[in-house]
Write a protein that binds this ligand. Structure first.
Ligand SMILES: [Zn+2]
Length: 312
């Protein structure tokens, strides 16, 4: 009996160890966020603000102010709940009416654990809820041994309303469009278009840090990513303010530039892959190159496209 108990103890101990090891990379990023992150407030117009994180991996938060309350797009991290609330409070003293999640990655929706607990409704594409319900290993740039595991989220942190391809929410005279254009950054991305304010929050479907990350473990697709950029361009005009998942507020010209560069990379890589060229040979044929603070090099980006072509 004693031996049996000891066995159970040992096996549950090793399980706990294993779980902790899986989440090591996540805890490291969370810790950096806790210790270093500060927020900058960017005013887009009288009713619309962006909360931009400085130092630390976190997505931009969109804040729409209506007479009735605030609508947030993405909510960063639970661990900086007080900082987020303090920052929001300095923009407006109104309550948060609801939150929209642009996709399921931890640096955009971990705050669901803080805000969901308070009973604030959360809206997303249906695949966000599906993916948050289980532990997930994000696509890891095989060449870099990157190993980010995102833990299963508790029930109170899950979206309370989900949609499939499009959804419209009316808040006073604002029409908020939630648009999913199929696989792209993940398989559950939402482009959030505040029509009257002419503001788009693109989540990680549009970023400014250099070569974008596509989560090939979670339904992402390179051709899909480029298609989503085309769709953002199609619904924008020259005055549209576009909030990227990470980086400063942009306009449609910035999205067109990124789209054209990625298209060139994709087309030449696809052709080279079919012809059996090496990554070096493909690289030499691509004239453009993206610069930025991100950690994906041109060579990695091409390798990732090839991985996508091989597996999908
Ligand atoms: Zn992401």
């Amino acid at each position: 009996m004693k031996f049996f108990k000891l066995l159970i103890l040992c096996s549950s101990f090793s399980l706990a160890q294993r779980v902790d090891k899986d989440l090591e990379a996540f805890r490291k990023v969370e810790n950096e966020v806790k210790n270093n992150l500060t927020e900058e407030i960017i005013k887009i117009n009288d009713n619309f603000f962006m909360i931009k994180p400085i130092k630390g991996v976190a997505g931009n938060i969109g804040v729409f102010i209506s007479d009735k309350g605030l609508v947030l797009v993405d909510d960063q991290w639970e661990i900086i709940e007080d900082l987020i609330l303090e920052t929001i409070y300095s923009i407006s003293k109104k309550d948060i009416s609801f939150i929209i999640n642009t996709h399921f990655h931890y640096d955009h929706v971990d705050g669901n654990k803080a805000f969901g607990k308070k009973g604030i409704p959360i809206i997303s594409h249906e695949n966000v809820r599906k993916r948050l319900k289980r532990k997930t290993k994000l696509y890891g740039h095989p060449q870099h041994n990157y190993n980010m595991v995102q833990d299963k989220y508790p029930d109170f942190a899950l979206p309370t309303t989900v949609y499939n391809s499009t959804m419209k929410i009316y808040v006073e005279d604002e029409e908020i469009q939630l648009l999913n254009f199929g696989p792209g950054h993940t398989d559950g991305d939402t482009i959030v278009f505040f029509k009257n304010n002419n503001v788009i929050h693109a989540g990680d479907s549009f970023v400014t840090y250099g070569y974008p990350y596509v989560d090939l473990n979670d339904g992402g697709s390179f051709s899909g990513f480029i298609n989503v950029l085309s769709q953002i361009i199609a619904i924008s005009n020259e005055q549209t303010k576009i909030i990227p998942g990470h980086g400063p507020v942009c306009n449609v010209g910035d999205v067109i530039t990124l789209k054209n560069i990625l298209q060139e990379h994709y087309d030449i890589t696809e052709k080279g892959f079919i012809e059996g060229l090496s990554v070096e040979q493909i690289m030499a044929k691509i004239k453009s190159e993206l610069q930025g603070p991100g950690n994906i090099a041109k060579e990695d980006f091409i390798t990732n496209i090839i991985y996508d072509l091989k597996t999908n």
